[in-house]
Write a protein that binds this ligand. Structure first.
Ligand SMILES: [Zn+2]
Length: 287
């Protein structure tokens, strides 16, 4: 059987087709530029490499993009995104595409970071000194316990669309303070605290660590808004949060951003959104 030819005139394989799909997302108008200085029209070198005529930087088509953060091939990336779109867990994803659990876990973290990086609060989450900065410095999930200094997120619903945003002016201490002094009702689910309505937010939510003084919480009679069935996002998110292994305060925003995307795109195919996120440049922050 004759195989179709790809753009370069070579024989098209599933791997080369996957590469073409991702290339089209990386360079939508086909015009390449230097990921370091932005200069257009790099020279083509042997082996598919490119060199910038401005700063002499040598790179390849995926340099500086999220999908370059692991060694997965384009075909495996697309298979991984497809499994993620269907809510396969890490173990199932690894088995489905024939990679190790650790590789799948790392790649899924990269995908979640890519989703999170599309948010308006990406700099506050990923920039120097931010809660997730350690992911940008080698993907480690460690560091000292923060206790009452833990970050707080607001859940906001507007016209069936949910936003989960970091609220940099608040910490876990603020939530405990509102609970004590302003009778803000708080529910606890494992390590997660979720509050009653606060200002324009349906709820404030945070993931605690071992240093958070949970015993300090006061019980107030009555339920909280998001658990009254009035917040479809929370009904959607809560059972899913229970499924995540290794839910730490640092990984928590990765899962919340993932769930917000799933909720907002619940009637659409998630795959194009995931591939677009993976093909976006990893943001650079001035340190
Ligand atoms: Zn350059």
């Amino acid at each position: 059987m004759l195989q179709p030819m790809d753009k370069a005139g070579g024989t098209s394989t599933p791997e080369s087709q996957a590469r073409e799909t991702l290339l089209a997302l990386c360079w939508p108008d086909g015009r390449k530029s230097c990921p370091r200085c932005g200069a257009p029209a790099p020279y083509q070198l042997a082996g598919g490499r490119l060199r910038c005529g401005g700063c002499r930087y040598t790179f390849h088509d995926f340099t500086g993009r999220w999908l370059n953060e692991t060694g997965l091939s384009p075909l495996k990336w697309i298979a991984l995104a497809h499994a993620f779109a269907r809510e396969r867990n890490t173990r199932e994803t690894a088995a489905e595409i024939g990679i190790s659990y650790n590789t799948a876990f790392k790649a899924l973290t990269v995908l979640r970071l890519a989703i999170l990086a599309q948010g308006a609060d990406a700099t506050q989450l990923l920039g120097p000194g931010a809660p997730l900065a350690s992911f940008m410095e080698g993907g480690r999930d460690n560091g000292p316990a923060l206790g009452s200094g833990l970050p707080v997120y607001g859940i906001l619903t507007r016209a069936q669309h949910v936003f989960v945003d970091l609220l940099p002016e608040l910490t876990a201490e603020s939530v405990l303070h509102f609970n004590h002094n302003f009778h803000l009702r708080v529910a606890r689910h494992g390590g997660i605290l979720v509050t009653d309505r606060y200002k324009t937010y349906d709820a404030l939510v945070l993931c605690g660590d071992e240093a958070l003084p949970y015993h300090y919480l006061l019980r107030h009679p009555g339920g909280i808004f998001v658990e009254s069935g009035a917040c479809p996002f929370w009904d959607f998110a809560r059972p899913r949060l229970k499924q995540f292994k290794g839910l730490s305060w640092r990984r928590f925003p990765l899962y919340m951003k993932e769930l917000a995307l799933r909720f907002n795109q619940r009637d659409e195919d998630l795959l194009p959104h995931l591939l677009t996120a993976l093909c976006a440049p990893v943001p650079k922050f001035a340190s």
